[in-house]
Design a protein around this ligand. Structure first.
Ligand SMILES: *Cc1c(COP(=O)(O)O)cnc(C)c1O
Length: 397
């Protein structure tokens, strides 16, 4: 138990770092599918895809069983194969890099920008080789990556950009919705993300060729589309054109997704409100750095990440983390750099590859942020953080 824990915790119930919100309409939407003829491969899938495509402002969307499957599909559609290199960030969930391995490609990790925590375009460009095929930037915490610079590099070297926007539904970059900028963009509908389908994911794109390939990949590589068949033997006939998977979303999930999407603006508005309250509470404390806010983009705030600054705090991240937990505040750390995982180390990836990401990992703590947090929940988190920082003699900037 932590040495700071000398009195009662600021909360008597545990506050998680993220949580879904479902209302009666969501539940009714699911029930109506359960009473219908199609539990999967029915009309709710197309309906959800159409709504998602409209929301982000693209022609096509393809729903998947989860975000990781969607990323795998995007790597397939981008034709990533054996020996191809794909550049991504280490400061992300493992899935952003694993999807490259699934296709036999090689993840290459570019370091982050110290201020934004997003992948640094200069670092990306230095790593481009004749084998580079694609870039997978991540909109870390909801803050869009430097997409202008990344798209410029992609154009210069003829690379495909697959954006991992698992954190960024509702974010904008230069007034354009995230999901409409990269060649393909992935969103996740895991319960901690902006909207949920239980498990689920989607790719949005304006590219018809990618769209066709995503559809094939999601369902065993099988098509019934007569334009794509090599021959036609009758109404029962289909062909398997590629080695695909069963990565389909169910209609139950899709109906929930459509219902949740009706609330996205409300969810994002509340997330931004909470982030602003946190910013005000923490911006003047010398020992903390609040998240960077770009002038050219607006985050939808999936996560709120505090960076510990002063020497005496940095070395004590674990103690601070455990104390906040003891205060019943659901803290987390996003993320352990992917290539430090034993599986990646066994593949030959080395500590020291991305020093800025490794340093940042040592200094960050994610505090709770989800739309149904009350003002009093938010205040509890602030009180808890103050309490811990006070132990180290809080100083103003
Ligand atoms: C959640 C997440 C994923 C994976 O999504 P799932 O739906 O859980 O498979 C990928 N990348 C990032 C950055 C995520 O946060």
């Amino acid at each position: 138990m932590s040495k700071f824990r000398v009195d009662l915790p600021v909360r008597d119930t545990y506050l998680p770092y993220g949580k879904q919100y479902l209302d009666d309409e969501d539940i009714q939407a699911v029930i109506s599918v359960l009473k219908s003829d199609f539990l999967t491969t029915g009309p709710k899938i197309k309906e959800f895809e159409k709504k998602m495509a409209e929301y982000v402002g693209v022609k096509y969307a393809v729903a998947f069983s989860n975000g990781t499957a969607a990323l795998h599909g995007a790597c397939f559609a981008a034709n990533i194969g054996q020996g191809d290199e794909v550049i991504t960030t280490p400061l992300t969930f493992a899935a952003s890099a694993n999807c490259i391995l699934y296709q036999g490609g090689k993840p290459v990790f570019a370091d982050i920008n110290e201020k934004t925590y997003n992948v640094d375009p200069n670092s990306i460009e230095k790593l481009v080789t004749s084998k580079t095929k694609a870039i997978i930037p991540v909109d870390y915490t909801g803050q869009p990556a430097d997409l202008d610079a990344i798209m410029a590099i992609a154009n210069k070297y003829n690379l495909i950009v697959i954006e991992d926007a698992a954190h960024a539904l509702g974010s904008t970059f230069k007034d354009k919705k995230i999901g409409s900028i990269s060649d393909m963009t992935m969103f996740s509908f895991h319960p901690v993300k902006h909207i949920t389908t239980g498990e689920g994911g989607i790719i949005t794109t304006n590219n018809a060729k990618y769209y066709e390939k995503l559809l094939l990949f999601r369902s065993h590589g099988i098509t019934r589309d007569q334009n794509q068949l090599e021959q036609y033997e009758g109404p029962w006939y289909y062909e398997m054109k590629d080695l695909g998977f069963n990565y389909r979303m169910t209609d139950i999930q899709a109906a929930l997704g459509s219902s949740q999407l009706l609330k996205i603006d409300k969810f994002v508005k509340r997330r931004r409100e909470i982030a602003n309250i946190y910013n005000k509470a923490f911006q003047d404390i010398k020992q903390l750095t609040i998240p960077y806010q770009s002038k050219q983009s607006e985050s939808s705030w999936h996560l709120y990440v505090l960076k510990l600054n002063a020497e005496q705090l940095t070395g004590n991240r674990r103690e601070i983390f455990e104390t906040l937990q003891a205060e019943n505040i659901g803290v987390n750390v996003h993320y352990i750099p992917v290539y430090l995982m034993p599986y990646y180390r066994n593949l030959g990836y080395k500590k020291g590859t991305c020093p800025l990401a490794e340093k940042l990992y040592e200094d960050i703590i994610t505090i709770p942020l989800f739309p149904t947090m009350s003002d009093s929940d938010v205040n509890d988190v602030i009180k808890g953080v103050y309490k811990v920082i006070d132990f180290y003699k809080r100083e103003a900037i």
